[in-house]
Design a protein around this ligand. Sequence first.
Ligand SMILES: [Ca+2]
Length: 151
Amino acid sequence: STYKSNFFYKCSCIEFFYLAELIQHFISTETNNISKRYFWINESLTWSRAQNYCRVNYTDLVSIKNETENQEIMKNAKNFPFWIGLFNNPWKWSDGGNSKFQNWRDEQPDNFHQLEKCVAFSQSNWNDDQCSSQNYFLCYNSKSSILLYCM
Ligand SMILES: [Ca+2]
């Protein structure tokens, strides 16, 4: 007779998806976004169209929670300026993150003509800009690559 290991618990699809969700949640919250990947979008859109594009095709516009991410995002930029997920002074991140990290350019944000409610990365720091401006942008994807397999 063949030896059957019971190390592999045979679970139903529902259980499996639930388990995968839990693991994914753990990866994105407990670890330092190990699974976060950045995607440069070489298309000029308004801030809200860029946000929508990222939400449909990836997770969201990038959020920048610390200097490490700030550097990482700068490395992924192919052009400046580009939209990031910060908007609507008092500033909020599009993905709901509540990081206090900020990297404003000198004398910014200036909310020029009271019309600047969206934030673009320009060169090495940030500037508030009109949301209707068309900029390139950077999306991120936090989905981990957990293989779903069930019978
Ligand atoms: Ca400005």
